[in-house]
Design a protein around this ligand. Structure first.
Ligand SMILES: Cc1cc2nc3c(=O)[nH]c(=O)nc-3n(C[C@H](O)[C@H](O)[C@H](O)COP(=O)(O)O)c2cc1C
Length: 380
């Protein structure tokens, strides 16, 4: 299973094209919309989220609520397009009003203009904007439908915003998912959540922005997804690539990650036990991955998001049109988007895992996939 997206931030619509979806997968469009709404939420978002009300429209690849094995095209309209037709018209005369030349440090503006020869950074930033991640979330919801059918679930929560850190639960799978969904910072630790909101308020008042850390975890995975034999199959690498493909994600670790580096081996690895229910581990330092494969424990991916680059108290930059010093441009912007990024990362993780299921158990139709999965479970 793979996806591609198209669409600019203030263009007419976003498109996700998902290929490799097995035939016969029941896909509930309201579940896609629910994930789109989860991506839109979060304390610290900018004004754009009050304009948009993201809804998925399936253009192809489904009949009667099920996939038919052909490419799935999903579109999400940009409601804000109506306000930008004179700036974003694909074919018409453009008004110069929204030209961006004071390129923002931390964003794609400068490198994108140098790379493409653009003299108006809007040509770059319209696509580099994380508005595009709505399309990824729609594609990810399809992957989640496959995983759910195969008995696996992907979820997320936030552990840090700026310098406020939540108490991390010992086992992500024990997190109260309802509490996370109710929290506007996606944090299960209510006291930390309160301090996170205050930190976001203070950042907004100061013209600042904040980053943070979140965890994406997946339960119910069979062991052996991914592969040890070839670099491209190793699930750690595929997951790290997928999660760091999200704008502003600058670090990823699995399980205890960087902390493993300072421990002796006896405190770093998870002993192997066996009982009537099969193999199990008393600990999960590895975060559910060994040798590039799932090992049957909860998959735990932790990611760091840098602060939002657009600042209301702008950093110094250079104006591309004059090469004179300037204040970086200000677009309407989020102050903090860590909760939203966690939802996007759920989608990316789900897409990698769903692809791993189709590779291991067959991608033509769900009946074959589930049959092969049942036989595998029986064997192991
Ligand atoms: C969900 C989400 C929302 C974001 N919102 C904004 C925003 O409102 N303003 C902004 O400048 N950057 C925002 N970003 C971050 C930029 O898209 C990102 O920093 C930029 O594309 C440069 O890419 P890089 O940070 O990976 O180098 C957001 C990122 C995500 C994942």
């Amino acid at each position: 299973m793979r996806y591609e997206t198209a669409g600019e931030s203030h263009g007419r619509a976003l498109i996700a094209l998902v290929t490799g979806v097995p035939a016969g997968l029941a896909i509930d469009v309201t579940a896609i919309d629910a994930d789109l709404a989860r991506r839109q939420r979060g304390y610290g978002r900018g004004g754009r989220q009050t304009i948009e009300n993201d809804r998925a429209v399936i253009l192809s690849g489904m009949r009667g609520g099920r996939s038919i094995g052909s490419p799935l095209a999903i579109t999400i309209a940009n409601r804000d397009w109506d306000n930008w037709t004179d700036v974003m018209s694909p074919t018409g005369e453009l008004s110069a009003g929204a030209r961006v030349t004071a390129v923002r440090p931390g964003h794609a503006d400068l490198a994108g203009c140098l790379k493409t020869g653009a003299t108006d950074a809007r040509d770059v930033l319209e696509r580099a904007s994380a508005r595009e991640t709505a399309a990824r979330v729609a594609a990810g919801a399809v992957a989640k439908a496959l995983l759910r059918t195969a008995g696996a679930e992907v979820a997320s929560y936030v552990t840090r915003i700026g310098d406020v850190e939540a108490v991390d639960p010992p086992e992500p799978a024990s997190v109260d998912r309802a509490a996370v969904e109710e929290s506007d910072v996606r944090c299960p630790d209510a006291r930390a959540a309160e301090r996170m909101r205050s930190a976001i308020d203070a950042a907004r008042a100061a013209g600042e922005s904040l980053g943070g850390v979140f965890v994406v975890y997946a339960t119910g995975l069979v062991p052996g997804l991914g592969g040890y034999a070839e670099a491209a199959q190793r699930l750690d690498a595929r997951l790290a690539g997928a999660v760091t493909s999200i704008p502003a994600i600058k670090g990823v670790e699995f399980g205890d990650g960087f902390a493993l580096a300072s421990r002796p081996g006896s405190e770093a690895h998870d002993e192997i036990l066996h009982d009537a229910s099969g193999f199990r581990r008393p600990t999960n330092h590895a975060g559910g991955l060994e040798g590039g494969m799932t090992n049957g424990e909860t998959l735990v991916v932790r990611a760091a998001m840098k602060p939002i680059p657009t600042l209301m108290k702008p950093l110094r930059t250079v104006d591309l049109s004059t090469l004179e010093p300037a204040d970086a441009s200000r677009e309407r912007s989020d102050v903090c988007a860590v909760p939203a990024a966690a939802v996007v990362a759920e989608a990316e993780v789900a897409l990698v895992l769903a692809d791993a299921y189709t590779r291991k158990f067959g991608g033509d139709c769900m009946g074959d996939l589930l049959g092969a999965l049942a036989a595998y479970r029986e064997r192991i």
